[in-house]
Design a protein around this ligand. Structure first.
Ligand code: GLN
Length: 451
């Protein structure tokens, strides 16, 4: 049914880069066989799922939304993909994304922009444009996203769906194509909080193949989503993330949601995180620095696109031609910025100071969590804007990541849940819940209470 739905609507939505009906039907048959053999499978066995095309799955090409990986089929599965299959989920396809997960709109994909199912003239948010739009368009009941600076939460907010970035180290990055390794974190996307929690428990947990994976029990998120009770919880509104810079529509729904939480028995206080004003600037130095390093592996020698290999060119010329043809503008911009920020003579001034700001942001969170159980804010500065509005102004696009980036810098869990539609435009607004490291359950508890 979901594959048929994709055939019906995806020429408009463009949430998928590839589907794999054959692999999906074979996986579904395997689930039937396992059940028939008496195996006890979890609650998501047999449920279809789509995976952001940044995760390796050896049944289909993995593109990262880039021409540079054209035609590459990974020889192995990401740990998350393996866990989905072990739990009996049925992978139906790979979702569209901004190239190498770089963007906030879905427009930087080499496979065409994804459209917002609420209004196809608007962006669905990025970089996990397809993972969110597929849910909103009923093309999949569950999807996997990745979040480096907001790429799970921001598209969730703009499409009225749920997306959670777990604690850094909570989900394995093994087999997830790297953008900025110290920030990247895969996570669950769903149509409601309970479904996201079930998926969270399937994909989280220690993985020896990822050196930053946490060897700790997975927080009890399903139980928390079932509890859905905020009575007695202390909820902090982050002053720096709730007023200036956010549209009236977004602010109105955010404030209403806070009132609902108060009515449900939560104690709401205002807290200040004075260094958050520098977080965006620090992210847009640390992230490109890591990008420039991670993307140096696309040298046209090992996998993907190779241009100019006709016997007349040397290795360096082939690398240069392949990278010039294979990477899009936003990826090139970030590689250049990152290489500059890391270059000798500038390293301390840019990368070094950005790392210091990162520590200050972490300290702001520590101080705030000493007073509160969770922190809340809007997710995005506006509702979904028209396609094309910011394509020529990357800095304006970056500014929309204001609220999502601090939690990536600090490695804490954070999620977006729908909180109504903008009064002036009828488009979805997301509510942002941040919790201390390894307290992912609180994100679900508050999210479920609002639902
Ligand atoms: N919008 C942010 C960026 O462009 C976040 C990307 C992400 O989380 N992958 O870098």
């Amino acid at each position: 049914a979901f594959l048929d739905r994709i055939d019906e609507v995806d020429s408009t939505v463009n949430a998928f880069i590839s589907t794999n009906r054959e692999a999906a039907l074979a996986a579904a048959r395997r689930v039937d066989e396992r059940v028939a053999a008496g195996e006890e499978l979890g609650p998501l066995a047999g449920v279809p799922i789509a995976v952001k095309d940044l995760l390796c799955w050896n049944e289909s090409p993995t593109t990262a939304g880039s021409r540079i990986l054209e035609g590459w089929v990974p020889p192995y599965d990401a740990t998350i993909v393996q866990r989905l299959l072990d739990a009996g989920l049925v992978i139906i396809g790979k979702t569209n994304l901004d190239e190498f997960a770089m963007g906030s709109t879905g427009e930087n994909s080499a496979y065409g922009a994804t459209r917002n199912p609420w209004d196809s003239s608007r962006i669905p948010g990025g970089s996990g444009s397809g993972s969110a739009a597929a849910l909103a368009a009923f093309e999949a009941p569950l999807t996997i996203g990745t979040d480096t600076g907001g790429s799970i939460r921001q598209p969730a907010a703009l499409t009225g769906t749920v997306g959670v970035k777990p604690t850094y180290g909570g989900t394995s990055r093994f087999g997830v194509i790297a953008m900025a390794s110290s920030l990247d974190q895969p996570g669950p996307c769903a149509r409601n909080v309970g479904d996201a929690a079930l998926l969270h428990e399937v994909i989280c947990g220690h993985d020896p193949a990822d050196s930053t994976s946490l060897d700790a029990p997975v927080p009890a998120v399903v139980e928390a989503a079932e509890l859905a009770d905020v009575a007695g919880m202390r909820i902090g509104i982050v002053r720096e993330l709730s007023g200036e810079g956010f549209s009236a529509d977004v602010r109105q729904r955010f404030e209403e949601s806070v009132e609902l939480l108060k009515a449900a028995g939560a104690e709401v206080v205002e807290v200040s995180c004075p260094n958050f004003g520098y977080a965006l600037g620090a992210y847009y130095l640390i992230m490109p620095a890591e990008v420039s390093s991670n993307l140096s592996r696309y040298d046209a020698m090992r996998y993907g696109l190779r241009v100019g290999d006709d016997g007349s060119n040397g290795v360096e010329q082939v690398m240069r031609a392949s990278r010039a043809a294979g990477f899009g503008d936003e990826v090139k911009r970030r590689i250049i910025l990152g290489t500059y920020a890391l270059s000798s003579g500038y390293y301390d001034a840019y990368y070094g100071s950005a790392q210091k700001v990162r520590t200050l942001v972490q300290r702001d969170f520590e101080a705030a969590f000493a007073e509160c159980d969770v922190l809340v804010s809007p997710v995005t500065t506006t509702t979904a804007y028209p396609l094309g509005e910011k394509v020529d102004d990357p800095v304006a696009m970056y500014a929309g990541d204001l609220a999502t980036i601090p939690s990536n810098l600090a490695g804490i869990p954070a999620g977006s849940v729908p909180c109504g539609l903008g009064a002036s435009d009828g488009l979805p607004v997301g509510f942002h819940i941040m919790a201390p490291a390894m307290a992912d359950d609180r994100v679900y508890r508050v999210g479920a209470a609002l639902e």
